[in-house]
Design a protein around this ligand. Sequence first.
Ligand code: C2O
Ligand code: CU
Ligand code: CU
Length: 517
Amino acid sequence: MNVWPGPNTETLSINGSYPGPSVVIAKGSTFTANFVNNYTEPATIHWHGLNVPELMDGHPKDSIPPGGNYTYTFPVLNRGGTYFYHSHADMLTAEHVYKGFAGFFIVDDPAEIGLGLPRGNFDIPLCIQDRRSVNIPQFTYNPLMNDIMNGFLGDAPLINGTPDAYFDVSRTLYRFRLLNGSNARIYKIAFSDNRAFHIIATDGGLKDEAVQVTSFFLSPGERTDILVDFSPYTIGNSVILKSLPFTAPGAGTYVQGTEMNLLRFDITDNTGSGGLIPAALPPINYYSISDVKTTRTFTLTMIMGGMNMHRINGLTFEMNRIDWETPQNSLEEWRIINASNMLHPMHSHSEQFQVYSRNGSTILPPEDKGWKDTVLINPFETVRLLVKFNNYKGIFLFHCHNLEHEDDGMMLNFKIVDPVGVNSQSENAPEEFRLHQNYPNPFNPSTKITFDIPKSGNVTLKIYNASGNEISTLVNEYKPAGYYVLEFNGRDLPSGVYYAKLKAETFSESIKMLMIK
Ligand code: C2O
Ligand code: CU
Ligand code: CU
């Protein structure tokens, strides 16, 4: 690829192109792509923000080996909006994306035509990435300790793969779909003359109102669509889309918050887009905090030095460990507590969520409000979000979208499971009593034990050691019919064999578990 004038850049290209070709597809249609991996490393394609079946999600467990191929196909269920795709290979995501493995996935909802937003040549996707000028013309990826700590940051912005980018515009209204496709850099998007513009969409498509701003934050993985009116300018004027300086932790040659010119707009003619700033947008049904069935807490930490510095609840990613189960159709609150002096854009796969509060305030900045799949958690902030998974069961990821943090292990697996049965009449209740094998197994020091009870009643679940002595009681109470997940933590116990024994009505069963410390 010819990224900079002069010698070629070696990129990880898709169909010969960097950035990858843009997919534009109508909501409701079926997307199909055959992925042929002609690279020397395993890779997957993850459809970021899209609600797809487990085996279409590009989870690193489903990597396609070098020389292999795989057909991704799924119905496009998402709302109209700006999504993207990128490699999600185990511990190689950051390198693959840095080398070019990413592209737009735009869902067009024909129902939006009536809103009068700018379309066609006046609806422009802009992918913002940063690279290191010291390595021009190569996308050299050689992170050192400081880069793994803070993320691999560059000083040379590329817009849709173009350095020193400029774009000829008319004196009219445009829609720009901004995607932060950078590994780690956060942008504070604004214009050089501080002109006002409107935010109309977040990660999961249109907001319920166009909100006027002069700047907003865009962290890796996030998308924000804006409307910009160039009619106040005269032909021959220019205005620059830039990233404003801001203060953030970190030190060294490359830091967050560096002021950058991203894209120069040259005003060159008078053609009208016919688009308008909508006075109203279709409403969004906001989840209600009072409907929350389960609250989960995720604490983000950083321990200096070595591997796996960045963690969620003290855990580092394990491909085959499932960190929690979330029942379908059940509203959850995820409370993300950033206990580190770092910026973490947290991203969930499968369905879009809604931010409920940031640091206790439910009055949210416009880039937070609406449907989201990635949310920036600033140092020592707490963000609460509301999420529900309706469509697909299976194993999905929750991780930091600072890709160096992700590859360092700041990622967990969760499993979307059958809905919780409320009573024995419910069609969602299990059919029989069952105590499932714990996972992970072997474990250290904690493991999950799941059981199903088809009828409400008294249930006990006790843990015994190898010599049959009772160690602890996890459950001893009346339980409604349903699927249950419990955690057994053997922190203070020695390695060895343990048994879990479930008793409900006349049913009783044991499983054997192994703790290896
Ligand atoms: Cu764009 Cu799992 O990420
Ligand atoms: Cu994703
Ligand atoms: Cu992070």
